[in-house]
Design a binder for this molecule. Sequence first.
Ligand code: SAH
Length: 399
Amino acid sequence: MMKKSIRLKVKSSYVKGLKSGFPLITEDTVQNLHHVKEEGTIIELFDERNDFLGKGYYGKQNKGRGWVLTNNAQELIDQSFFEKKLKKAIDFRESFYNDYETTAFRIFNGEGDGIGGLTIDHYNGYYVITWYSEGIYAFKDEIVTSLKQLVKVKGLYEKKRFAVKGKYIEDNDFVEGEEAPSPLIVRENGIHFAVYLNDGAMVGVFLDQRDVRKTIRDQYASGKTVLNTFSYTGAFSVAAALGGAAKTTSVDLANRSRSKTQEQFSVNGLVYEDHDIIVEDVFNYFKYAVRKQLSFDLVILDPPSFARSKKHTFSAGKDYPELLAQAIQITEDNGVIVASSNCSTFGMRKFKEFINQAFEETGFNYKILEEFKLPSDFKTHREFKEGNYLKVVFIQKIK
Ligand code: SAH
C-alpha cells in the first residue's frame, strides 16, 4: 500500500547533522511537524534552499518522532527497500547462522541496520520482531513478507513498544507460523537458555551480554565464589557455574526470578540447590553482606538504568558510583567486579569516571582487565551514540 508523504523543512541548526548521517528525527528537527497526522507517513526533508536532505518515516516513540531511511531522493520506501535492508542485515549475521553452538542472536538492530525503530531477534528458527512505534508497524506487511522471503521462519512473534516511554503493550505476541514450545531451549556458545516468546516484554535472556557470559565462563569463574546482582533469570550465574565456580549467589527483587533462575540451571544439567538464589532488594542485600562480612571473588553488577523499589530509587546516571562503592566493600582483595550498564545517557568515558570515583571513595586501587561493548550482531550507527548503549568493564580490586 502506498503511504502518504509530506515535505518538511529542517531547521537550520539540524541540517549539518542530517547531512553527516544522523538518523533520528526529533520534535525539534523540522518545522511544522504537527502537519504530519498519520503514523507511517513518509517524510521528505529539505533545507532552507530546498536541497534534499533525506527521506524517512514518521513514528512517535520514546525518543524521537521518526527515522531517516535514505539520503537518496530517488529511492522508494517500498517492499524492495525493506527486502534490501533485511537481506544485508541477514547476510551480515551469516557466521551466527552457521554457528551450531549459538542459536539465539539479533538479525536486525534498528538504525544500525538502516531502519530505526525496528529490531528482529532469532531464536532457534523462530523470530521476534519488536516495533518501537505505530509508524514502523504501518510497514508490517512489507517487513514480514521480506523476512519470510529471506529466511525460513518457523514461527513469528512480535513485541509492540509503541506506548509512551516505549512501554511494552500486553498482547498475544504470536503472529503466524508454528507456535514455539514454552519454554523454547536455545543455545549460546554451548550454554542453554529457556526462553518464552509469548510471555511479556522480555523473553528470559538478554542477547547483548553473550560475549560477557562467555568470558566469565571461560576465564573468570573457575573455583570462584560469585555474586550476581540484579540477576533476572540468572544467566550470568549459569555461565559462571558452567565455568566451574565454587558457588554462585543470585540476587533479584522480582519473585519470578527464583523459579526462572532454577530453570536456567536445570536446562544446563546443573543442580540449582548447590547455588543460592535470593529474592531481595540488592541494596538491602549489600547491607546484610557487609554486616555479615561476606565477600566474593567475582561480583557482577548489571542494574537497570532506572529502578524503583520500596525503599530506593536507582538511576544509573547518578547512583552508579555509590552502587559500585558498595560492591567494592564485599569483593575479595584481587577479586574482580564486572560492572555493566545499559544506560544510554552516558558513554564509556563517563562510566570509567564513575569507576574511578567509586574506588577513590573506598580507598582501593584497581586495574581494568577487559572492556566490552555491544556484540557484533547488535550493529550500531556511527552517528547515533545512544544506540551504542552497552558498557561492561571487568575491574580487579587491588589492595
Ligand atoms: N543481569 C541480568 C539482567 C538484569 S535486568 C541478565 O544478565 O540477565 C534487571 C533486573 O533487575 C530485573 O530482573 C529486576 O527485577 C531487577 N531489579 C531492579 N531493581 C532491583 C533491586 N533494587 N534489587 C534487586 N533487583 C532489582
